[in-house]
Design a protein around this ligand. Structure first.
Ligand code: AMP
Length: 592
């Protein structure tokens, strides 16, 4: 591997890679790839009774040669460690499925998870999938409002959480969630009393049988519900089906270059789609050892884990890479990462400096890849055997047809075939992990498509060699430390404060987090801007939204710029904040 040359190309020498890559020749792999063949690489449920993610991820390994192989190594915040073999994980998830069964939870019922990265979360995800429930993981850093909105849209029947999270964030919502029948809690402190209205998960698991026969599961049965945000309105619950596992498996091989003896660490939280598709499903389907770290980001701890746990494939995010870069490459160079052979990143633009920092720190470049909640799996990637153009997201996966398009007035799209032309990134529908709807919002779902094309909401361009380059979002959603944040959800939280007349929220560029959430607030008559009110407002929204979503900055303004139809012009707020041209103001309300 050579450092970037003048054309900023990191060349790959395939013969020098430590293992032969799964995708050695990109064009040839694209020409020969077929989704039906990819589906045949999986086992399917015994007796031809369908396809179930949990069977592919654990049971088939537990019944075969991988039974004693470590499936999941859990690293506790306090330095403790727990290993789960495939047989062990199959048994724990079977127990969880039996717990659901005993509680009368039915196929299709929604099981929500609100917990940090604790072992029970992994048992619950896999067990609920076995019981053919629909799993919806939430961020533990969410405040009560985002939790309530998502659980009510999703009609949560079961919640798995911890005693502390329940007390702090859920108990006060309980009356507003009439469909929530069972709350299963993990004790944060040994022996502490259980909150009223909850059940002790540990005791239920202990009493449940460790075998469970998965019932017939159709490939298009719903399996996962991942919430994402749009510019307006409530969060959208993207529905994914069991067949998505075909894409998790194929993309794990092609984009992350999984090989059977890999130790894989995905640093994403399961509250985000990456932490489920690649933080649970894909590596287990491949029979790998998956590392799960309970603790939050800490550069020294991460270097330790990469070395000590002999991680061979590492999937992380740009914000984390930039935080490690701040500490310099020396920390990494003083250590050995004997088995590390492939690093990938997703979720936000990965700047060229971060790609090449990987070379300095680990002797390996960082491979950017692109996808989103709706796509369910990696769509565009830099592959192990392909030269890297730092700053580019790479090329579409085999089986994925991407294009750049311009929306036309008749609701269709025009394809922009010329290299270098900026357009909206579109994907031809039909890959197995494609979302099948936004829960209860058919119209919003249909709006994402123009004929055969799924429109991603991202702007990009493609160069003459076929590499895709991210340009920005076509809408106002904010990406902060990898979290997609809907400005409307944040603005609504401000509106609940008695002093606020209106609020407009934007993403403000930040060198580490990509963007931070910034709010502009106009006050009601009788309220004066000031430091005390700013602090009060920050605390007010943080309590409601949680730290992952709440703004970092607030500016007071006399009024917000709006269109004649009354929509807040966030684009203009942002342009003014950044000192950029204000663009077309023809729809601006006079006086704004
Ligand atoms: P989410 O649905 O939360 O995973 O967010 C998906 C969005 O994150 C995409 O639509 C992009 O705007 C952004 N994103 C994901 N991966 C990348 C990447 N490699 N480069 C730039 N933006 C990305």
């Amino acid at each position: 591997m050579t450092p970037p040359d003048e054309d900023s190309l990191i060349r790959k020498d395939v013969s020098a890679l430590p293992v032969p890559p799964n995708l050695a020749d990109y064009e040839q792999a694209r020409a020969s790839f077929r989704w039906p063949a990819a589906a045949r690489a999986l086992s399917g449920l015994p007796g031809g009774s369908g396809l179930n993610i949990a069977h592919e991820a654990v049971d088939r390994h537990a019944q075969g040669a991988r039974a004693t192989h470590v499936a999941l190594r859990w690293l506790g915040k306090d330095g403790s460690q727990r290993d789960f073999s495939y047989a062990g994980l199959a048994a724990w998830s079977a127990r969880f499925a039996n717990v659901l069964d005993a509680l009368g939870v039915q196929r299709g019922d929604r099981v929500f998870l609100l917990a940090g990265r604790i072992p029970e979360l992994y048992m619950a995800v896999l067990g609920a999938l076995k019981h053919r429930c629909v799993v919806s993981p939430l961020f533990a850093a969410f405040g009560p409002e985002p939790i309530f909105t998502r659980m009510s849209i999703g009609a949560a029947a079961v919640l798995v959480t911890t005693t502390g999270l329940y007390r702090r964030k859920v108990s006060a919502l309980r009356e507003r969630l009439p469909q929530l029948r069972h709350v299963l809690v993990v004790r944060e402190e040994a022996g502490e009393p259980l909150p009223v209205g909850t059940l002790d998960l540990a005791a239920l698991l202990e009493d449940a049988a460790p075998q469970y026969r998965i019932g017939p599961t159709r490939p298009d049965d719903p399996a996962l519900l991942h919430f994402t945000s749009g510019t307006t309105g409530k969060p959208k619950g993207a529905i994914h089906v069991h067949e998505a596992v075909v894409a998790h498996h194929a993309t794990g091989a092609l984009a992350l270059d999984f090989h059977p003896e890999d130790v894989f660490w995905c640093t994403a939280d399961p509250g985000w789609v990456t932490g489920t598709s690649y933080g649970i499903v894909a590596p287990l389907v491949h029979g790998l050892t998956l590392i799960v770290d309970e603790a939050d980001f800490d550069a020294e701890r991460w270097y330790d884990i990469l070395g000590r746990e002999a991680v061979s494939v590492w999937y992380t995010a740009p914000t984390a890479v930039r935080m490690m870069m701040k500490g310099g490459a020396a920390s990494a160079r003083n250590r050995t990462f004997a088995r590390l052979r492939f690093i990938a990143s997703v979720g936000e633009p990965l700047n060229p400096q971060a790609v090449t920092w990987g070379l300095e720190a680990f002797g390996l470049p960082i491979h950017d890849n692109w996808w989103q909640t709706e796509t369910g799996g990696i769509m565009i990637a830099n592959f192990a055997a392909m030269d890297i153009r730092p700053g580019s997201m790479g090329k579409p996966l085999p089986g994925i047809e991407a294009a750049l398009v311009r929306r036309t007035a008749d609701g269709g799209v025009a394809l922009l075939a010329e290299p270098g032309v900026e357009g909206e990134l579109a994907l031809r529908r039909g890959w197995p992990s494609m979302f099948r709807g936004y829960l209860g919002e058919e119209e919003r779902y249909l709006k994402c498509f123009a004929g055969e094309w799924y429109l991603t909401g991202d702007l990009a361009r493609r160069d003459a060699e076929g590499y895709y380059w991210f340009v920005g979002r076509a809408d106002d959603v904010i990406k902060s430390s990898g979290h997609l944040i809907g400005p409307f959800e944040v603005e609504s939280a401000f509106m609940a404060h008695p002093a606020v007349a209106e609020a407009g929220v934007i993403g403000k560029p930040d060198p580490v987090a990509g963007e931070i959430v910034k709010a502009f607030v106009a006050l009601k008559p009788g309220h004066a801007p000031g430091e005390a009110l700013r602090r009060d407002l920050l605390a007010f929204v943080r309590k409601r939204l949680g730290t992952a979503v709440a703004p970092k900055e607030i500016d007071f303004v006399a009024a917000l710029p709006k269109t004649r139809s009354g929509k807040i012009l966030r684009r203009l707020l942002k342009a003014r904040e950044l000192g950029l041209p204000e663009g077309d103001l023809s729809t601006l309300e006079p006086g704004a």
